[in-house]
Design a protein around this ligand. Structure first.
Ligand code: KG4
Ligand code: ZN
Length: 346
């Protein structure tokens, strides 16, 4: 039952947590989103600086909240890839330094493995293997999970990640950053069927389509066209007091088609690959429409389903702690001179 201090600074959330196996003893996240919102997206230089400021206090806080001392820890884990290099370095160097000073093993964690482990912070999973739909700001992947470290990618996005599509469409609609929560709030009372939008298929060179892959760039363009057409209509009617942009319906329609395409292809993949459980993780997993649709569809298809607890969908250190504890329990640790990497396959 390894007791782990975990650190996460791969993008725009600074986070620390103390985890014993799959139990969170303390977790703290300092979000920078308000600062980046002014620029419409994450500014890497600002992200690194804010991590440097926030991380020491977060470490102090989780140690205080849990009552755990450095001496009691079995190891220290930090995200080492993928992400913004300058941002990743903050948790990685801090973690390795603390580990060295206190004579503890250091565990470098892959950020996506952390997301995969986030579901373990909720209800227990049925015995594997299972299919995971991982949807975040940088990734959209369908992964068969056979156990810790045993992952097989069955599907992916060929262009934008689902979260990225939310962020770009939100900017287009003037709803701000981060796009997911902004679109969700704007679309809450909107009509999800008002605008017909494309589901983005990916063609195979030999003909036909990749059944489990995704493409969101066409959807983004379709949204842009729709907005332009509505704006032109509005301008033509302006003297007569025409309606401004129907943001609620646009947001709801966009959300609906993204949720549909994600759920339909994931359920199909689970069925065809003989996987009885579908798991949803990553920042976009916080989306209510997506969670509901997944639950409904899995019910119809006779699949078991699990969704990461809401608090652990977007970036946090507790999920990094679970992944780190798992690796430590398996006898693994990392060398102290390990670097970080912007890109690294799982
Ligand atoms: O997992 P995450 O925190 O960071 C990455 O590893 O990328 O995911 C962030 C992404 C952002 O693109 C954000 O817009 C999206 O998750 N997101 C959402 C929601 N909350 C966050 N997307 C849809 N609905 C939400 N409620
Ligand atoms: Zn993430």
């Amino acid at each position: 039952m390894p007791l782990v201090l975990a650190l996460e600074t791969s993008c725009d959330e600074s986070a620390a947590a103390i985890v014993r196996d799959q139990t969170v003893l303390a977790s703290a996240v300092a979000s920078q989103v308000e600062e980046h919102a002014r620029w419409g997206g994450v500014v890497p230089e600002i992200a690194s600086r804010r991590h440097v400021e926030a991380l020491p206090q977060l470490i102090e806080q989780v140690c205080r909240d849990s009552g755990v001392t450095m001496a009691e820890l079995d190891g220290i884990a930090a995200t080492a890839a993928p992400g913004l290099v300058g941002a990743l370095l903050v948790a990685s160097v801090t973690g390795r330094t603390l580990a060295r000073l206190h004579g503890k093993p250091f565990v470098a964690v892959h950020h996506l493995e952390g997301h995969l482990c986030s579901v373990q912070l909720g209800e227990p999973l049925p015995p594997g293997p299972y299919l995971v739909l991982l949807v975040s700001g940088g990734h959209t992947e369908l992964l068969r999970v056979d156990g810790p470290g045993r992952y097989l990618r069955l599907g992916r996005s060929h262009d934008d990640a689902a979260g990225e599509a939310f962020d770009k469409v939100s900017r287009l609609l003037g709803l701000g950053y981060p796009g997911g929560p902004a679109i969700e709030a704007a679309g809450q009372n909107g009509d999800p069927l008002r605008f017909a939008l494309p589901k983005g298929r990916v063609s195979r060179p030999e003909g036909g389509f990749y059944p489990y892959d995704f493409s969101f760039s066409g959807l983004k363009t379709a949204m842009l066209r729709q907005v332009r057409a509505l704006e032109a209509e509005h301008q033509a009617e302006h003297q007569a007091g025409g309606e401004p942009l129907p943001l609620a319906d646009l947001a709801a329609s966009f959300e609906q088609v993204v949720a549909q395409v994600l759920v339909e292809r994931s359920c199909r993949c689970a069925r065809e690959q003989g996987l009885g459980t579908l798991v949803l993780v990553g920042g976009v997993a916080a989306n209510r429409r997506l969670r509901q649709l997944l639950e409904q569809r899995c019910g119809l298809d006779g699949l078991a389903w699990r969704v990461a607890p809401l608090a652990y969908c977007t970036d946090n250190a507790a999920m990094i702690g679970v992944a780190g504890a798992q690796r430590l329990a398996g006898g693994q640790s990392s060398c102290f001179d390990l670097g970080v990497a912007a890109r690294l396959p799982l």
